[in-house]
Design a protein around this ligand. Structure first.
Ligand code: ARG
Length: 274
């Protein structure tokens, strides 16, 4: 079939028109939703209507390096994973510990923070001196947290679990539980801020808790986030922010946290198969 000159032009024009919307669609940056917790000091929390915390600051720097546009969506901790699964948010960050078990359902970024779990008890409790003194004791902890998993394995301990961290701390202050187990830095913040001398931390921190950004399996962002974490570690931003929020320089930098974690996780998998 012969096509006249004029129709050739119209075909070309049509082709351009067809391609254009797609091309401009690619260029447009989307804004993703990132879930944070309302009350997980000093990592993410709300104060006077403002979103604050080490993770809020760090995320801003990471996202900038990674070229990610985002909106932070504060919610209850229990809602975060649900919202990730339903697509309400694209990513979440709120002191989420990486674990092999969770890796089956979720994707994690490289870890950016390492901490542990601690035991808290009433200031006048002379019996509980650490995690090994919790047999037959009433121990408060948070639903679905790593501390909850840990507490569940203590022989003979009576576990009470709460969805709100504030409730755990109130129980401690009112002496309605013997002890609580939770993430060290958050516990530390409570001791300094709201405990009014009624609660103390006992024993050494235990368990390695490594925090990372979480997304659904096979999401489009974790790769970028990892590059962002690397960049803020290298250019000194991480160290500055860490020092601002925690009062001293970090003991371990994210790349070392990652190496140690990978080593241990492989080890754990091998052990699990035995
Ligand atoms: N790191 C612990 C975990 O992943 C506790 C997390 C609690 N986080 C929070 N935003 N309340 O299970």
């Amino acid at each position: 079939m012969r096509v006249g000159n004029r129709s050739k032009w119209s075909i070309a024009l049509l082709a351009v028109l067809l391609v254009m919307p797609t091309a401009s669609g690619c260029g447009k940056k989307e804004t993703i939703k990132v879930g944070i917790e309302q009350n997980f000091r000093p990592f993410t929390y709300m104060e006077d209507g403002e979103k604050k915390g080490f993770e809020v600051d760090l995320w801003q720097a990471i996202a900038q390096k990674a070229g990610i546009q985002y909106e932070l969506v504060p919610m209850e901790h229990g809602e975060l994973l649900k919202s990730l699964k339903s697509g309400g948010v694209d990513l979440a960050l709120a002191g989420m510990t990486v674990s092999n078990a969770r890796k089956n359902n979720l994707d994690y970024s490289s870890p950016y923070f390492q901490t542990g779990l601690v035991v808290l008890t009433s200031t006048d409790n002379g019996v509980i001196k650490g995690k090994d003194d919790l047999t037959q004791k009433v121990v408060a902890t948070k639903n679905g947290s790593t501390a909850f998993n840990y507490a569940g394995e203590i022989q003979g301990a009576k576990i009470r679990s709460y969805s709100n961290i504030a409730d755990i701390y109130n129980e401690l202050k009112n002496n309605t539980v013997d002890a609580a187990i939770f993430d060290e830095r958050n516990a530390h913040d409570f001791l300094q801020d709201k405990a009014q001398g009624q609660v103390k931390m006992v024993g050494q921190a235990f368990n390695k808790e490594r925090y990372a950004v979480v997304g659904k399996k096979r999401n489009d962002y974790i790769g970028k986030v990892n590059k962002g974490i690397e960049a803020v570690s290298k250019d000194g931003t991480y160290e500055t922010m860490y020092t601002k929020w925690f009062g001293s320089k970090p003991d371990v930098m994210p790349d070392k946290i990652k190496k140690d974690m990978e080593y241990e996780m492989q080890h754990e998998t091998v052990k699990g198969r035995e």
